[in-house]
Design a binder for this molecule. Structure first.
Ligand SMILES: *Cc1c(COP(=O)(O)O)cnc(C)c1O
Length: 374
């Protein structure tokens, strides 16, 4: 028995080769636009310290994170090996930490006139041109310059003095719904804003936006979820490779009689004599409680229903129909994998693949395969 089996631990396997192939596929799809990568939230839960080098080795030179701390970590990972790679901080420059942004050579996304004034003043104080990205809001109403601020900036372009403006970006709200009218409205609003602002490259599409066509690409696309296997074309077959495989370790197997209940709240009662496998994964591992009585697993290619509530550390499956030789403590049930992809798990949980990935816990034995270092 290997050590993870001996320890009764479930297995999380992350395929870095699949991440690199997904990035290359998105790059080819977006060309002539350049292709970056969103690696915020620890590369969507898959581990930025391993994913970032795999992407850089594949040719990626633009990395998007949410926070300063994520930016510092990614920039350290890129280190001396990829000094030409840029790391962009989407949440903007934190006013009390500008020196850290500068020393880590991070590039903030400026989301308001306030951000612009702050970063431009820092540049003038230091008498250096500081790199920056300008974000205009075209329909998210979240971050980015609202139309009135774009107007102000167009009237007072000197506010940008001291800045090395790398590109102007906006973010799509409905890219996963290709015929949503907001897509075209955002495209028009972006074009309007660009016509009033300095002529620099542009960045538009997220994962799903890449598949909306060249009008939505700009000069640099910023896919995240698709890199990690989430379907960027939700109503069509998934063009991406699966990255994450989660195999739950069976801790115990038992038979229960008809009418016996399973788990907290007795939310499932056996309708016949039933074989139950109890597996080492629970909501504390990001195996969402909303999968209670709704999820499924696979054992020896046979689909087995998740029954009862997902608890903190454990989940139970009805394995009555599974091959008996595989139903033993120490064996594995596939919880996420090629035949139960992240989007299917998300649908069963009533959420999106993004949340399944970013919730992946830290009690699994993590293995990385397919990396260029292997
Ligand atoms: C997260 C994010 C992305 C990546 O989006 P996906 O849908 O995961 O491809 C791109 N741009 C911005 C501004 C983001 O916040």
């Amino acid at each position: 028995m290997d050590s993870a089996a001996a320890a009764g631990v479930s297995l999380l396997t992350i395929d870095l080769g699949a991440v690199a192939r997904n990035w290359q596929q998105l790059r080819d799809h977006a060309t002539p636009a350049a292709c970056g990568a969103a690696v915020k939230a620890d590369a969507y839960g898959t581990g930025a310290d391993r994913v970032v080098p795999a992407l850089a080795a594949a040719g990626c030179r633009a990395f998007f994170v949410a926070t300063l701390a994520e930016g510092i970590a990614v920039s350290e990972t890129l280190g001396a090996r990829w000094p030409e790679a840029d790391v962009f901080v989407l949440n903007g420059p934190p006013s009390a930490r500008l020196d850290l942004l500068i020393s880590a050579r991070l590039i903030p996304v400026l989301n308001s006139l306030g951000d612009i004034d702050l970063w431009a003043a820092a540049a003038r104080r230091r008498a250096v041109a500081l790199p920056a990205v300008l974000h205009v809001d075209t329909g998210m109403s979240r971050l980015g310059l609202p139309p009135a601020e774009v107007e102000c900036l167009a009237a007072e372009p000197a506010r940008l003095h001291g800045l090395d403006l790398r590109f102007i970006m906006t973010h799509l709200a409905c890219a996963d719904t290709p015929d949503h009218p907001l897509n075209d409205r955002q495209r028009q609003r972006f074009a309007d804003a660009l016509s009033r602002l300095p002529h620099v490259p542009t960045s538009f599409a997220n994962s799903a936006g890449v598949f909306l066509g060249p009008a939505f690409h700009g000069d640099l696309v910023r896919p995240g979820a698709a890199l990690y296997g989430v379907n960027p074309t939700p109503k069509k077959p998934n063009p991406m490779s699966q990255v994450v495989r989660l195999q739950g370790r069976i801790l115990q197997v038992r038979e229960i009689d008809r009418n016996e209940s399973v788990g907290y709240g007795a939310s499932h009662s056996a309708v016949r004599r039933t074989t139950i496998a109890t597996v080492a994964a629970g909501y504390a591992d990001g195996f969402l409680r909303s999968l209670s009585n709704r999820g499924r697993g696979l054992i020896g290619g046979v689909s087995v229903p998740l029954i009862g509530r997902v608890s903190m550390d454990l989940v139970t499956f009805d394995v009555t129909e599974a091959p008996a030789d595989l139903v033993h403590p120490g064996e594995l049930i596939e919880l996420i994998g090629p035949d139960n992809p992240v989007d299917a798990v998300a649908a069963a949980a009533g959420t999106i693949g993004y949340e399944i990935l970013t919730s992946l816990g830290h009690r699994y034995a993590r293995t990385y395969v397919g990396g260029s270092e292997e």
